[in-house]
Design a protein around this ligand. Sequence first.
Ligand code: ATP
Length: 324
Amino acid sequence: MIKLEHVYKSFNKQHQPAVADVSFEVHPGETLVLLGTSGSGKTTTLRMINRLLTPDSGQIYVNGQAVAEQQPETLRRGIGYVLQDNGLFPHYTVAENIGVVPALLQWDKARIADRTTVLMEKLHLPPGQYRDAYPAQLSGGQQQRVGLARALAADPPVLLMDEPFGALDPVTRASVRREFQALDELQNKTVVMVTHDVQEAFELGTRIGLMDNGRLQQLGTPQELLFAPANDFVRAFFREHHLLLELKALTLADIRPYLPPTAEDDNYQAHVLPGTTSCWDALQQSMNTEGVLSVDFSTTVFTMDSKSLMTALVSRKNEVGHKK
Ligand SMILES: Nc1ncnc2c1ncn2[C@@H]1O[C@H](COP(=O)(O)OP(=O)(O)OP(=O)(O)O)[C@@H](O)[C@H]1O
């Protein structure tokens, strides 16, 4: 668990603070994404959580304990940290990089080796091929996977990530992001991630904290930020990507009332999507199924096509817009 209470940080007392009155709580199993324009205070906020920076005022707690009362080294051993440039040690092999924190925690060698193998397999880095490689011998995407494995190695309850996919090309970025999202390791972790990529925030964030000028402009679920913006800044921030973000934020269950009446389908084959699937993922799946989608709404299975999905989205938008 991470908790910030009225945190302020200035680098230059003559200027406005880099972070002003930021408060939030993040619970196990949640990913809070800090999103915002460049210089809005995202990285400063993150770096105060593991004491790389010290707040001028306010309190920060990790797992119920004030970070100011803990030795920075001890605190950081319990926090996984992933950086944009991966921060791997160039003269350490992949296995040695992944084993850094377990070694500091004095795990025995066999346990470190087992844990390294498990994580490399989960992150699609065949251990036989890459265990003894050096970072420079890996692609950017592979290096970032090693950075993730290193952060997860000692199974810390808290994970901080600063633009973890920011240095990757769009295709690699999407695949590393998907692998990250699918990791069972994350299930009970408390994660705070910084990004300025709006799509990434919507894909990975349980909640999003949108920052501007050092302040949290709004903190809420992707749906809340999109459909109930707290102010003009929030509204304007998402305007350009609105339709795409709606596809990511809304599930098939959200648009079910707007789908055309469809006969229950006894002929559906494999590939039934749960109602919790995002509309975006459903459209992507429809490319593999010639446009046809079967959706399991618990009581009934609907069969529809991608066109009726888009029509339902527009009907929903019209109705919700009309009510406002
Ligand atoms: N070490 C520092 N010394 C002086 N000023 C700093 C320092 N670190 C950050 N700042 C200033 O604090 C403000 C917030 O910076 P921060 O890096 O937290 O923003 P950010 O939202 O993470 O931006 P970006 O997305 O560009 O990384 C900026 O005005 C920045 O110039």
